[in-house]
Design a protein around this ligand. Sequence first.
Ligand code: HEC
Length: 129
Amino acid sequence: MAATRCIVSRSWLRAEALAVAVAAIWLALAAPVAAQQGLPPPPDDEAPENFPDGKGRDETFYLCIACHGSALIKQQGMSRERWDQTLTWMTDKHGMPEPDAADRKLIVDYLATAFPPRQRGKPNPFLPN
Ligand code: HEC
C-alpha cells in the first residue's frame, strides 16, 4: 500500500514538473512575442465616428486602426509636422503600409486639424505675463 501511494505521489510530482516546464517554455517563447507586438488589440467597437468629423476621417481611421485603438491617436495633440513624422515612424518602425502621396497629405491634414497641439493644464501663475 505504502509503495502504491508512493508511485501515485511521484506521478503527481511529474505532472507538476511538466506543468512548470510548459509554463517556462511559454514564458520564454510566447511572452516576448506578445510583448513585441506592444499593444493590446483595438477594441471591437471601433468606428470612424470615434474620430471627429472632417475631410480624410475615414481614410485616417481605416489606416491607423489596423494596429491600434482610436484612443491612442485621440489622446495626442500635435502640429502638422509632428503628425507627418509620426506617419514616417509608423511606416519605418512599425510596418505601416506607406500611403500614396495624395492619401498621406489627406491623412496628415486631417490629423493636424482634428488633433492640433493642445495647451496642457493652466498657465503657470508664477510666470510674468
Ligand atoms: C502596422 C501597425 C501600425 C499602423 C498601421 C499604425 N501604427 Fe501607430 N503605432 C504602432 C505601434 C506598434 C505603436 C507603439 C509604438 C511604441 O510604443 O513604440 C504605435 C504607436 C503610435 C503612436 C504613439 C502613441 C504614444 O504613446 O506616444 C501614435 C501617435 C500613433 N501610433 C499614431 C498612428 C497613426 C496616426 C496611424 C495612422 C496614420 C498609425 N499610428 C498607424 C503601429 C501602427
